[in-house]
Write a protein that binds this ligand. Structure first.
Ligand code: DAH
Length: 350
């Protein structure tokens, strides 16, 4: 190549490099995102980029010019690297800012966690407690391991009373037992409270027996006892009807049939008008129109006496309901064994 022409050519290469740098500077200003910046970088400085194609012209220059143009190109590349580096940092911090401005922390928003709830038997127990509390009953508790005396003796089951065989009992090695009914709390109430009083005692009881759809070896009862100077069967019926109507949220008809329990005289089985067919007769009440619900009666004078009161002064009524049976009726549950099965699919329905 002619010397003069070579020089001209070299100048044009310098110019091109200079233009490229200006162009890069100008375009970088407009760029908003990392991707755009990467694209611009490879179109200018990449292997197939504009700088590479400009430098292809170097081969036609004289040695000295090639050296000069080469070092000018390196210089420019360094400057541009710096430009791109700064732009990258700026875009990064811009992107972080944008992300933060979109993220909102709302201190009032409830934290979403998996929430548990009460077991249906517990929920119904609380409901029963509320209704009886509103009628002046206090809620009492007693131990699950009881003495023979509290579970049987003071409730008028004599030593050789055949009624002791009515309930199969779990005995402990020291001669105590797992209470077979919450009636044991009647005895504790009479010892602890001075008459007149009204109590209910919800709690867990145990029977040594085969399980089936309506029998469990571990189940829940709610005992009730009212002691006052004059107490009649009509008081008992009134309280039971008021409770049942509040619990089932409708008017509930009841009837009494004779029933035998050593600690009451007279003793009854209380039935309610079938809730499903309202007494017309259906499979649930076996066409009878009535459902057997709970045993009750007037407290036996021997029990009053064993409780430290004079039966000529004090009278009372008592009742014992199956708490699980109440839940089963309220929610149409067909098998008592669901309750303690630990089956979450069952429990989550409530
Ligand atoms: N304790 C009896 C049982 O578990 C139920 C019972 C019957 C309780 C009559 C009472 C009552 O208070 O008066 O079988």
């Amino acid at each position: 190549m002619e010397k003069a022409f070579q020089t001209l050519f070299a100048m044009s290469i310098f110019k091109q490099i200079e233009d490229l740098k200006n162009k890069a500077e100008e375009q970088i200003q407009k760029i908003q995102t990392q991707t755009e910046l990467d694209q611009l970088h490879s179109s200018i400085l990449g292997k197939k980029g504009e700088l590479t194609s400009i430098l292809k012209g170097l081969k036609d220059l004289s040695d000295q010019e090639r050296r000069e143009a080469g070092s000018a190109a390196n210089e420019t590349r360094k400057e541009m690297d710096l430009l791109f580096g700064n732009a990258k940092k700026q875009i990064e911090s811009l992107e972080i800012q944008q992300r933060i401005s979109k993220e909102k922390y709302d201190a009032l928003k409830p934290i979403e966690t998996a929430q548990g709830h009460l077991h249906p038997v517990t929920a119904v127990q609380y409901q029963v407690e509320d209704i009886f509390s509103s009628m002046g009953f206090r809620v009492m508790d007693g131990p699950e391991v009881e003495t023979d005396d509290n579970n049987f003796g003071k409730l008028n089951f004599s030593e050789d009373h055949p009624a002791r065989d009515m309930q199969d009992t779990f005995w402990t090695e020291d001669g105590n037992l797992l209470r077979t009914h919450t009636s044991s709390v009647q005895v504790r109430a009479m010892e602890k409270l001075s008459p007149p009083f009204r109590i209910i005692a919800p709690g867990r009881v145990f029977r040594y027996e085969e399980t089936d759809a309506s029998h469990e070896n571990t189940f829940y009862q709610v005992e009730g006892m009212l002691i006052d100077r004059v107490v009649s069967v009509s008081n008992l019926i009134y309280i039971m009807k008021t409770f049942l109507s509040a619990f089932f949220e409708r008017d509930v008809k009841v009837r009494l049939r004779p029933g035998y329990f050593p600690f009451v005289e007279p003793g009854f089985e209380l039935d309610i008008h079938c809730l499903l067919c309202s007494g017309k007769g259906c499979p649930v009440c076996k066409q009878s129109g009535w459902l057997e619900l709970l045993p009750c009666g007037l407290v036996h004078p021997n029990v009053i006496r064993a409780g430290g009161m004079d039966p000529s002064e004090w009278q009372g009524f008592a009742f014992g309901m199956g708490l699980m049976r109440l839940v089963m009726m309220k929610y149409s549950i067909e098998d008592i064994r669901h309750f303690l099965s630990g089956n979450l699919r069952f429990l989550k329905q409530f």
